[in-house]
Write a protein that binds this ligand. Structure first.
Ligand SMILES: [Zn+2]
Length: 164
């Protein structure tokens, strides 16, 4: 499974083709949105900066190296800019409630062009079940070393000291 999250997340609305052209996802462990493809940032910004409740609100669209366009909608923050090269797992933004949205979530969809009207089946491509529920990305980062920490006791209290 390749989701925009690392760890647990919830599917809150299924892919329904032209009736809902992506999956709505809500992060449980983290609100960080990660790229699900290797590619180039095609767009990063507001769908309509004059009306921040319209459409995808603040969103990122990545043109993947296979040619499809991967959209991450309704973000509260954007962490990339147009033209950036991104790899799978790179952080591109933070989940949010911008655009046409009634609660914090990420609209995740895949289109063959940078335009509405056509979509790929994001569930089949990503492996995320097309069913409301809680899932785990299953991705295990290998390059992130875990921090060492020790606990010491002083005067009856425990203190954890963590490497910075
Ligand atoms: Zn949606």
């Amino acid at each position: 499974m390749n989701s925009p999250y690392m760890g647990d997340f919830r599917v809150t609305q299924e892919y329904k083709g032209s009736n809902h052209d992506g999956l709505d996802l809500v992060g449980i462990d983290s609100k960080e949105i990660h790229s699900t493809v290797n590619g180039i940032v095609h767009f990063a910004g507001w769908e309509n900066s004059a009306n921040k409740k319209q459409g995808f609100g603040q969103f990122v669209c990545i043109r993947s190296n296979d040619g499809d366009y991967y959209y991450y909608g309704h973000l509260s923050e954007i962490k990339v800019k147009q033209g950036d090269t991104v790899k799978i797992t790179d952080i591109i933004g933070i989940e949010g409630n911008t655009g046409f949205s009634t609660g914090s979530h990420c609209h995740y969809c895949i289109r063959p062009q940078f335009a509405a009207g056509n979509s790929r089946n994001v569930s089949l491509i990503s492996g995320i079940p097309n069913e409301i529920g809680v899932y785990n990305d299953g991705y295990k980062p290998t390059s992130k070393p875990s921090k060492e920490s020790i606990v010491i006791s002083l005067g009856g209290k425990n203190y954890r000291i963590t490497e910075v």
